[in-house]
Design a protein around this ligand. Structure first.
Ligand SMILES: [Fe+2]
Ligand SMILES: [Fe+2]
Length: 174
């Protein structure tokens, strides 16, 4: 039985999946714009992780809701203005071309904050909400999902570390 509550969390997961997909595109774009092979590799690493997160969140959302996919405006209602800000920031970075080292450092500073918001305010809340709900309302064995959410949060923390690493690489190369 799909309850109203599970539909709500399903939307939450769906909109988060959209954000992760946008984040994946952003890192891919940066990787393509940068010449340094090491930095390219690290940026692609974060992109692949984000794409993986998008896929997992989408599968989970489909478990919980079979309703129509929420629109952009609906996602904003469900996830608040931070979701919209993150989506817009991601799209803005995708429009940056000819990124030199100074620009890259500037973008990375923004992305470190970005990753922090995703890991703390957002994914942690999301995972708790989802797990509680699944425990209450579905027949699913929640243990594997719990582990996956923990891994996603760990990945997000690692993304922050990778960005710091890239920043150091840029400095050395300057
Ligand atoms: Fe992610
Ligand atoms: Fe991330």
């Amino acid at each position: 039985m799909k309850t109203e509550h599970s539909t709500e969390v399903g939307k939450f997961l769906y909109c988060s999946s959209l954000l992760e997909e946008e984040v994946a595109k952003t890192y891919r774009h940066l990787a393509e714009s940068i010449r340094d092979k090491d930095i390219k590799c690290f940026l692609n690493y974060i992109s692949d992780d984000s794409h993986k997160h998008a896929k997992v969140l989408m599968v989970l959302s489909e478990h919980l809701t079979s309703c129509n996919k929420p629109s952009f405006e609906e996602c904003e209602k469900v996830l608040g203005s931070s979701w919209r800000n993150l989506m817009e920031k991601a799209k803005m970075i995708q429009e940056e071309f000819e990124i030199d080292n100074r620009k890259l450092v500037e973008l990375i500073d923004g992305l470190v904050r970005f990753e922090g918001v995703v890991a703390e305010e957002y994914l942690t809340v999301l995972s708790m909400k989802t797990i509680e709900l699944m425990a209450k309302e579905s027949e699913l064995n929640i243990e594997p999902y719990k582990i996956i959410f923990e891994w996603i949060v760990e990945d997000e923390k690692r993304h922050e570390q990778i960005l710091k690493l890239i920043k150091n690489l840029v400095k050395v190369g300057q």
